[in-house]
Design a protein around this ligand. Structure first.
Ligand SMILES: Nc1ncnc2c1ncn2[C@@H]1O[C@H](COP(=O)(O)OP(=O)(O)OP(=O)(O)O)[C@@H](O)[C@H]1O
Ligand SMILES: [Mg+2]
Length: 253
């Protein structure tokens, strides 16, 4: 099993959304995938997946031996995609990297991928989740404050020997086509690592149901098969028809 922590530095850039959408895409490629919510206290992966009513046991029950890890898993609507819910707060700082590692070890026989949704920031919650996982994925948006935080997080991850996968979320194709936000190449120059996924800004996101699946399919293939390029989100906004779309259409794709 490959365990990947989903992190960002800056809060609210889409870690939980990306965890859910990428998990679904990896499962649709035929992998068995578990999503672990390691954002204790502010956990909401269950809500994004629409599973909050189905949670019986959580990761605290597993760590404190009140149940086996299998009993805490919640089945999602996607085949081969499961959630390991977070504790409801009180366990917080008592959890260590080693605790999480033990839980991940318990999942390793059943799953091909574990995606671990990490809290914002670079404090205790970040270090314990990063320490427990083999790989890392950094989510940013194309905005200066998010890019600055991504830069810090990437440097930290590299210092731990983890070269992260990089996702740029909430990209507006019209702004990309008119160079009002940095392009993929510019972001690669700023952050000095390759961009592996570009996800469009999408209207009316509630949970993860209406985010387009194509960019995540491409990302999942890139992660699982090591092949493929991110979507060109500016393509629809170039040329004559693109100019009309920019003027009258919406920024999201
Ligand atoms: N591509 C997108 N297009 C539009 N809205 C998005 C997109 N991705 C995420 N969002 C919205 O942005 C908000 C923050 O997303 P999310 O909760 O996934 O971020 P987060 O990084 O996990 O936040 P936190 O740091 O608080 O854990 C949510 O309302 C979500 O629906
Ligand atoms: Mg989150």
């Amino acid at each position: 099993m490959k365990s990947i922590v989903v992190t960002s530095g800056k809060g609210g850039v889409g870690k939980t959304t990306v965890t859910a959408c990428l998990g679904r895409a990896l499962a649709e490629l035929g992998n068995r995938v578990v999503l672990m919510d390691a954002d204790f206290g502010l956990n909401n992966l269950d809500v994004v997946l629409g599973l909050e009513g189905k949670v019986v046991y959580d990761i605290a029950d597993v760590i404190e031996n009140r149940c086996r890890v299998r009993q805490a898993l919640v089945e999602t609507r996607t085949r081969n995609l499961f959630l390991l819910p977070s504790s409801h707060g009180y366990l917080g700082d008592k959890v260590t990297s080693q605790n999480l590692r033990l839980v991940l070890n318990g999942l390793a026989v059943t799953f091909d991928y574990a995606l671990v949704d990490c809290p914002a920031g670079i404090e205790a919650g970040f270090t314990r989740a990063v320490g427990a996982c083999d790989g890392a994925l950094v989510v940013t948006t194309p905005h200066i404050s998010a890019l600055r935080d991504a830069n810090k997080v990437i440097a930290l991850l590299l210092s731990y020997g983890k070269r992260p996968t990089l996702i740029v979320n909430r990209v507006r194709g019209d702004l990309l086509a008119t160079a009002k936000i940095p392009s993929k190449d510019e972001i690669e120059r700023i952050l000095k690592i390759e961009v592996d996924g570009m996800i469009p800004e999408t209207d009316g996101v509630y949970g993860f149901g209406n985010i387009p699946s194509k960019p995540f399919d491409l990302l999942a293939r890139r992660i699982h098969l090591g092949a493929g390029e991110p979507l060109d989100l500016a393509a629809d906004y170039r040329g004559l028809f693109g100019a009309i779309r920019r003027k009258f259409g919406k920024g999201g794709k």
